[in-house]
Every structure is written in C-alpha cells, then in structure tokens.
Design a protein around this ligand. Sequence first.
Ligand code: G3P
Length: 478
Amino acid sequence: DGEVYKYYADGEWKTSSSGKSVAIINPATRKPQYKVQACTQEEVNAVMEMAKSAQKSWAKTPLWKRAELLHKAAAILKDNKAPMAESLVKEIAKPAKDSVTEVVRSGDLISYCAEEGVRILGEGKFLLSDSFPGNDRTKYCLTSKIPLGVVLAIPPFNYPVNLAVSKIAPALIAGNSLVLKPPTQGAVSCLHMVHCFHLAGFPKGLISCITGKGSEIGDFLTMHPAVNCISFTGGDTGISISKKAGMIPLQMELGGKDACIVLEDADLDLVASNIIKGGFSYSGQRCTAVKVVLVMESVADELVEKVKAKVAKLTVGPPEDNSDITAVVSESSANFIEGLVMDAKEKGATFCQEYKREGNLIWPLLLDNVRPDMRIAWEEPFGPVVPVLRISSVEEGINHCNASNFGLQGCVFTKDINKAILISDAMETGTVQINSAPARGPDHFPFQGLKDSGIGSQGVTNSINLMTKVKTTVINLP
Ligand code: G3P
C-alpha cells in the first residue's frame, strides 16, 4: 500500500529526509512486500550523538533497574509475537512455526541476559598487593566492569530478531547504548522488535534503529568515531569491517562449513535425523548448518539410503504452510546455490534426488560421492544442498575439516566417547558437538568461530563480558 516503515531514533518513529526508501522483496512471491526508510549519513550522525549522551546517564542507572526494563521488554516481545512472526514469514520466508520460535527464544534470551547481568556485573574483585614479589600489603585494588559506550549491532537476515537481541540485551544490561542496523530482509521484523523495547520505556536515544542501504551507510556506520564496539553476524563483509574498524572490540560470526564426521560405529538413524535437522532446517540458511558430511566408506551406503528416505518426506512450499523447505532469501542466493550444484554435476557427483528449482525455491538435495575438487566440498551453499564425501580414515575427515577457511562448529557421531573427545580436540572449530548436529543454542553456551568464522565469543555471558571493560581503583595505604 505504499506505506514506508519509519526508522527509530530519539524515542520516536521518523521519516528520513532522503525521501527515499528501500524495498524488501518477499523471497517466496518475489514481489515487493515492504518498504523501509533509506537513512542518510546525517541521520546516522544524529543517532550517534543521541546514543553517546543517552549512554552517560544509562551507565548511572542502577543495574537492577536496567534489568527490570529488560525483563519488561522480554515480556512485551513475547506478548507481541504475531507481527514479528508474520514479517519473518514475509521478508525472509522462515516457516511460520519457526518464526514464532525465533521470537519466543529472543524473549527468553533477553530475560536470561538480565539475570546473568545482575550477577556478573554486580560482582567485582578485590586484590591485595603483597601477593606480588617485593610488595607490602599497602595497596588495595578494587575492580569492576564498566560499559564501553555505544555498541553497533548488525544482525543477519536469517535470525533478524534473535541475532539482534543477542547483541542488544548484553549491550544494554552492561550500561551501553545501542545502534541497530538491521539487514534489509528482516528490517521490518527488527522494527517490530524495537517497538517492544520502545513500549518497555527505555530512555530516549538509548536504542536506535537505522535502516538503509549498506552501500550508503554501511561503512559510515562501522567506521563512525562514536562507535565503541561492533557486534556483527553475517557473511564475509565482516572481514572487511574488521579491516576498517577502529581500535574497538569486535564480535563477529561470519559463517561456517560445519563438518559432520561419521564413524563406523555410529547410530546411523541418529546421524540421518541430525543431517536432516542440521542440513535442511530453514532450508540450510544457518551458519551452523551441516555443510559437509564426512562418512566412513563402510557405512556410507547405508547412511545415504537413510538420509534419502528422510529427504523424500520433507515438504517443499510456502513458509505460511510451515513447509520444511521454503524459498531461499534472494534470487542471487538461489543462483549461487545453483552454481555450486552445477559444478558438482559437471565433476560427477551422484544426485540422490533430481535437481529442481522454481524461482527462489530449491528442492532439498543430497549429493553423494562429492570429491575435494568440487566447489561444494568447500563453499557454503546457504541453501538446502548437503554434500557427502566418503572417507577411508578418520584422519581424512579431520584433515578435510581443518583444511577449510572456516572453523565455526562441527560434529562427530560415534559411540566411543574417547574417540569423540580426541576428534573434538583435533577439529579446528570453535565448538564440536558429539552425537548431535551443530547449533548455537542454548543461547547461554559460548559460541565462537575460529579462522574466517569470526572473532570474539558469543553466548549471553561472553557477550556481556565482551561489551565491558575492567576499571580498577587502587587504594594506597600510608
Ligand atoms: O546462522 C546464525 C547462527 O548463529 C546459527 O544459529 O541457532 O541456528 O544454530 P542456530
């Protein structure tokens, strides 16, 4: 209907002076669904000034009051699931049920963060000088955690609400202010989410949500001198952000090529269910999706048959119908996935299903007998395509996993816990799951990638700590 969603600054909903908007295309219908403001660099400057000044008084607001407001926001968010879930369906084609789950999980995350914050920030340390050689007990050192200032949060399209609050809640409980730049696909869901924080009654200017084209305001935001911390989740844009950003803490999660190593003694039914869940949920558009299966040759035929049978049961269609497989986020993404599939075809991979695509909708595909010379063995499709590489030794699997530029998560399936631990130690990834598919949650677990998968650790506790600095006061006795 031509309505353009407003952006949020200074506790109000505003129209950009640019007079321009950015269209959000529904991935399933491929028609324009929503429009958001194309904010200008001047508007970014204004938001940063407000964030700087609001943070000063927020840092002085008692911790219990900050927690109380976050609990309120969490409750409002859960009570208002519907508009967020609906826009998640329309702008990122997330299945309806999963869209609701994302919002509920986000409310829980905010509450957990408030609780964790009052504990870890409510405690400091007291050190005595005479434990260090040559010192008498004449210095008492008091430490506490203080906020960084302005945190810039940039979540990705695949969890616009959840990966926004996983940055917002830790930032706020720790006494920081927050500027949110949502992904274009996912911006409306983020605006609804921000409205819940607005209703909770946070001080003006403390939270802002600025929408627009990355090409116009992206670098301007990430290189802005007022920003004291960037928390980014997304693709390799993160690597260029890290090169341009100033001397500030960075928290980044930039994708993965999570390997699933299957040993001969594995419970193959369990493996098959986890390949389905890990490889195909949200059509494979998760950083932590199973992106390559490395299975011992002797059990490969049996495993492939089991996975094939389960793939046949996946439903394909509109997100409104809760289809398992829905359209991928954009046409360029679908084209990229198709490129990987065609490369595998030319090089002789075995297609367990026929390749099928309509618009942005790609049918689930299991590729067997994938070899290391195929792109799909190394690149992340971010789509419903799972390659299987047959290995003749566990070492071959570990070597494949470690040869990747990514190092987010991985998983190993075996009944031998000793082997599992040794393999976990050998895999160069931030997390290894034993007998389950990779996953970020529960959201208080540490979550971090090695190599090109990112910098800094996430999870509620680590995020709060990352968004603070240690301040010490030393009492010198006469
Ligand atoms: O792709 C984003 C990443 O954080 C995955 O989260 O919950 O699907 O494991 P999750």
